[in-house]
Design a protein around this ligand. Structure first.
Ligand code: N01
Length: 507
């Protein structure tokens, strides 16, 4: 009988990437893995974000795990709470909750060169140091949009009323009848303004850079019968999912290629604005000076109506300071408000942080990524043996299904974990050459994309001015993650299997 040793695997994060990884590991028969999640529930962004109006602008029949199709979404574009319930339900239904430790924040992970293992330290408190866990592999499924970006506006901390970031919404916050300021015009700002405007005394939307907004009927229900039919015929549901996956290839195409398809979408963006805003001055203020699709595309069926309302105002003058009573703009106007909502986005390239991650020879992730995040095929980082990311650097956003990408990546990792299990590999580290080659391919492919040529600044750009996205189509993604290419890795192998070791837990 072939001898096996069970790898001890720690997955950090229980969002889309972490749930997928846990499912894939379980399915592949791994028995010694633990998912550590700092939040009080699974779901990642869908747990942390619960601001009014939160909706997924990707249709739910494709924004779901391929292994857990949900036939009966209530809407075509479902609300945040329904999506969050789905994540919880999937984790429970597949028995993954037993693997997940909630309220468990990881403070750091350090690679032990001699032992070839990772020591993962949990956050402690004043009374107790953090628990230490040992693992053969660490999978960082820590997400992209996880660290809220708080703007450095003079006087923000002097404001007398509540200041809330959308990603840390206070469900007890009273907004009805209040004078509300919303700062930020991304997908979030547009959704929160639309949701708060009807019952606010006033809503003042501070926009530094306007966004193109595609009109779509975001509150459209899914036909109830559709859920019943899809439930009764799983093969039809699977075909629908595969069809949508295939159809979404059009998105990858329009961002990569300057064709009539891209132009058609861009025309639609301009039409969406023209058709809904007849006031010339307001339309001018809402018109971006860059091409549609350059930033992460915003989709809304309600924003233009909300900003046209009598109690709404769009402010394009720069914010110079916040006072206890309100916001002062560069033209000297004081805007008195009761509540400030920061829809100011995320520090999108702070993957894994604020954890300290120390790899081989004491190399920290901050040192390795001094010029911005960089990985091989979204998952492996030179200098960090036996550590992988799922939905790491260059993962697709808005062009290819994240759930699909996460599953492909997790399955790819299983190949390495299997090699470890068989005793064929102990220490697995991607080479600098393969990483440099991949990143050169990415850079070249990014050149003609609308993200790069559209004339905008966006959270897609790292500090060093490189777009951190996936520039290839889904077939390329699938091919790159089909099987590890041994030549791209340095694999160390021990001749003898180690004796049975304790499971993931306190040393
Ligand atoms: O954040 P953003 P978001 N003073 O970075 C402005 C996903 N998402 O939370 O453009 C004034 O897009 C900033 O201005 P500018 C989706 O991938 C998905 O809205 O830098 N303004 C910008 O307007 C999305 O792309 C859904 O000039 C300041 C805004 O804040 C991603 O999350 C829903 C400022 C930030 O926009 C992030 O979206 C919601 C300052 N100091 C979000 N600092 C779905 O439906 C920043 N801004 C799936």
């Amino acid at each position: 009988m072939e001898a096996v040793r069970e790898p001890r695997i720690i997955v950090i994060g229980a969002g889309v990437a972490g749930i997928t990884t846990a499912y894939v590991l379980q399915k592949a028969g791994f028995t010694d893995f633990t998912v550590l999640e700092k939040g009080s529930d699974v779901g990642g962004v869908w747990h942390w974000n619960h601001y009014p109006g939160l909706t997924c602008d990707v249709p739910s029949q494709i924004y779901q795990f391929g292994f857990a199709p949900k036939p009966d979404w209530s809407k075509i574009w479902s609300s945040g709470p329904e999506i969050q319930r789905y994540h919880r339900d999937v984790a429970e239904r597949f028995g993954l909750m037993d693997r997940i430790r909630l309220n468990t924040e990881v403070a750091g992970a350090v690679f032990d060169d001699a032992a070839g293992t990772w020591t993962v330290t949990l956050a402690g408190d004043d009374e107790r140091p953090g628990e230490e866990l040992t693992a053969d592999f660490v999978v960082c499924a820590t997400g992209v949009l996880q660290n809220p970006s708080i703007p450095d506006i003079p006087g923000l901390d002097t404001f007398a009323g509540p200041v809330v970031h959308t990603a840390r919404w206070d469900d007890d916050l009273a907004t009805d009848g209040k004078r509300i300021a919303v700062i930020g015009t991304g997908s979030t700002g547009v959704q929160v303004v639309s949701a708060l405007q009807p019952r606010a005394a006033t809503i003042t939307h501070f926009t530094r850079t306007p966004q193109w907004i595609l009109w779509a009927p975001m509150s459209l229900p899914q036909v109830p019968l559709a859920g019943t039919v899809l439930k009764a015929f799983p093969a039809a549901h699977d075909a629908l999912y595969r069809g949508l996956l295939w159809g979404s290839g059009i998105l990858a195409d329009i961002v990569r290629n300057d064709t009539w398809r891209r132009h058609a979408v861009q025309k639609y963006a301009r039409l969406s604005l023209r058709a809904q805003i007849s006031d010339d001055a307001l339309r001018e203020d809402l018109t971006p000076d860059y091409q549609p699709l350059c930033k992460r595309q915003v989709v809304s069926g309600t924003y233009y109506r909300a900003i046209r309302a009598d109690n709404a105002e769009l402010i394009t003058d720069a914010i110079v300071e916040v006072t206890p009573d309100g916001i002062v703009t560069a033209d000297g106007t004081r805007h008195d408000v009761d509540v400030i909502v920061l829809a100011t986005g995320f520090r999108a390239h702070d993957y894994m942080r604020p954890m300290t991650v120390v790899g081989r020879d004491g190399l920290t992730i901050d040192e390795a990524w001094a010029e911005g995040p960089r990985a091989y095929r979204m998952t492996a980082i030179p200098g960090f043996p036996n550590l992988f990311t799922v939905l790491g650097p260059n993962s697709p956003t808005g062009s290819i299904s994240l759930q699909h990408t996460a599953e492909k990546t997790a399955r790819y990792l299983v190949s390495w974990f299997d090699a470890f299990r068989r005793g064929d590999a102990d220490r697995i580290e991607v080479t600098e050459e393969a990483t440099a080659e991949f990143n050169a391919q990415v850079r070249e492919a990014l050149e003609p994309t609308i993200w790069n040529t559209g004339g905008c600044n966006s959270w897609y750009f790292t500090e060093s001015g490189v777009v951190d996205l996936w520039p290839f189509d889904r077939a390329t993604l699938d091919a790159m993650l089909a099987e590890p290419e041994p030549a791209h890795y340095r694999v160390t192998r021990t001749e003898q299997l180690r004796s049975v070791r304790p499971g993931v837990g306190a040393e």
